[in-house]
Design a protein around this ligand. Structure first.
Ligand code: ATP
Ligand code: MG
Length: 470
């Protein structure tokens, strides 16, 4: 007998009181809390209310039958383990039940030992799932750096770079597509810098009209323009000792770029309307999704400012380039949003995960965060399933869902497809040939090409070498 706490809930649904009794007795010695319901309607109600991990359900019930109940339960919680029980056992109906998502199918009269074994197995699997969940959580901790999650080589490189430069930098440029985490990188630089105790101030260069932008950045003196009734600090003076984050630096008008250069170069600002420069001690982090080099070439961005800023450049990779980070990010956001919405969501179903893995993620981490947030909100049970994903993600990836960095040649596509078919038929080349509508020789030829790319070139080289006098 186990001594662990009976925290695993099991619900038995049966219209025969004697059978419910038998189940209670059989499981009395197990560390499991047993609940019962005399029909499917009440069963579903109790399921929703109690969220048991295991359901034992009679197949023939008055009103809604067991298979229907199975469907309804799985719709609420695709992770639930449902075992169907019936006196009218047949292999066909067992197969049907399992195909519909039942975990197992037990004949009546119930064999007590078999019932216990089945429930113990399920309890063990459930504990294992919880354990891997904890393991995953430990992993999340290990691959967490200043509120950023990542384990891909590209992200570990970014983390390393931040750690190395944060204590020393005066200005830095962060480049990356939308939603990749540029602001998080900027905050990390600030927090690890000697100015961490002073303010971190954000200004979005695209959000303000040119005249307002200058007074926001550099401040103004009384009388500088109508309405300037008193002196006002600009962001640089306000953040003195700390960090100014200039988001969307590519949108900064040329006139403001000239003034910014003075801050970067000489650590001084000039308030609008004042001839006196004031000294400031700020670190400047600029971010952009634009290609500043191209803008420099077109005369849209000052070359001197670009070189000053880009002395330290951090490139934040897009999510499509680091899909290894997907599982950790998913887990992180599931935890975050399950907490926010106070829901018991623990993860995603395998098929939902597969769908996310196949997506191109043009909106990067922000898009993923939105998808998981929505998923947590929509999820009826403890897992996010396909129907909880946005519509565009509910259907399998289409050819035109490829993002440009996923494009491959037709030949490469053919090879990948061949390998997929082959793994499906467990390497049976005759079957693969049949599915693909080609001869077996074609399969062999393609396989040779995959195993020995450039074989013909190599052969020629070897021949040429062999011709040389030895
Ligand atoms: N590595 C990461 N780990 C955890 N959360 C992340 C990570 N990267 C980004 N996020 C989250 O994704 C969202 C977008 O990040 P952020 O605002 O830093 O991106 P950005 O590159 O500044 O985007 P934009 O260019 O649109 O301003 C934020 O909610 C952020 O917390
Ligand atoms: Mg941003």
């Amino acid at each position: 007998m186990s001594t662990s706490k009976p925290n695993l809930k099991l619900l038995a649904v049966d219209d025969t009181p004697a059978d419910l009794e038998l189940i209670r007795d059989a499981l009395a010695t197990e560390p499991i809390q047993v609940f019962t319901a005399p029909n499917a309607e009440l069963g579903l109600e109790r399921f929703i209310q109690l969220r048991p991990r295991i359901v034992l359900c009679d197949l023939f019930l008055p009103g809604m039958n067991g298979l229907e109940l199975l469907d309804r339960i799985l719709a609420k919680d695709p992770g639930a383990n449902v075992v169907l029980v019936t006196a009218y056992y047949s292999t066909d109906s067992a197969v049907q039940a399992i195909r519909q998502g039942a975990h197992d199918y037990l004949p009546k009269p119930l064999d007590i030992e078999r019932l216990r074994r089945c429930v113990r197995d399920l309890a063990g699997q459930d504990a294992e799932r919880q354990r891997t969940l904890h393991l995953d959580n430990d992993l999340v901790d290990a691959f967490q750096f200043e509120n950023m999650i990542g384990r891909s080589p590209l992200m570990l490189e970014v983390f390393g770079k931040i750690r190395r430069i944060a204590p020393h930098f005066r200005s830095a440029l962060i480049v990356g597509a939308t939603g990749t985490g540029k602001e998080l990188v900027a905050k990390a630089l600030h927090r690890l810098s000697p100015g961490a105790g002073a303010p971190f101030v954000v200004s979005n260069c695209s959000a303000l009209v040119e005249s307002l932008l200058e007074s926001e950045l550099f401040g103004y003196v009384r009388g500088a323009f109508t309405g300037a009734l008193q002196d006002k600090l600009g962001i640089f003076e306000y953040a003195n000792g700390g960090t100014v984050f200039l988001d969307e630096i590519g949108e900064l008008p040329l006139s403001a770029q000239a003034k910014l250069l003075r801050v970067v170069q000489n650590s001084e600002v000039q308030r609008v309307g004042s001839p006196i420069p004031r000294e400031v001690d700020v670190r400047i982090v600029a971010a952009t999704h634009r290609d500043l080099r191209k803008m420099v070439a077109k005369g849209q961005f000052r070359e001197d400012l670009f070189y000053r800023l880009s002395v330290i450049e951090i490139v934040v990779p897009s999510l499509g380039e680091r899909k290894e980070d997907l599982p950790l990010l998913q887990r992180h956001f599931v935890e975050k949003y399950a907490g926010i919405y106070k829901k018991d969501v623990a993860g995603l179903t395998r098929r939902a995960q597969a769908r996310l893995a196949a997506h191109g993620w043009p909106g990067n981490v922000r898009e993923l965060e939105n998808v998981i947030s929505r998923g947590c909100m929509m999820a009826a049970g403890s897992v996010i399933d396909l129907q909880d994903l946005p519509e565009t993600l509910q259907r399998p990836a289409q050819a035109d869902d490829f993002s440009p960095n996923e494009f491959v040649s037709l030949e490469a596509m053919q090879e990948r497809y061949l390998l997929r078919v082959l793994s499906h038929v467990r390497g049976n080349k005759a079957k693969a040939a049949e599915i693909l509508g080609v001869g077996r020789n074609t399969i062999y030829q393609m396989l040779r090409r995959i195993s020995f790319p450039g074989e013909s070139v190599l052969a020629e080289e070897i021949e040429a070498r062999d011709d040389r006098p030895r």
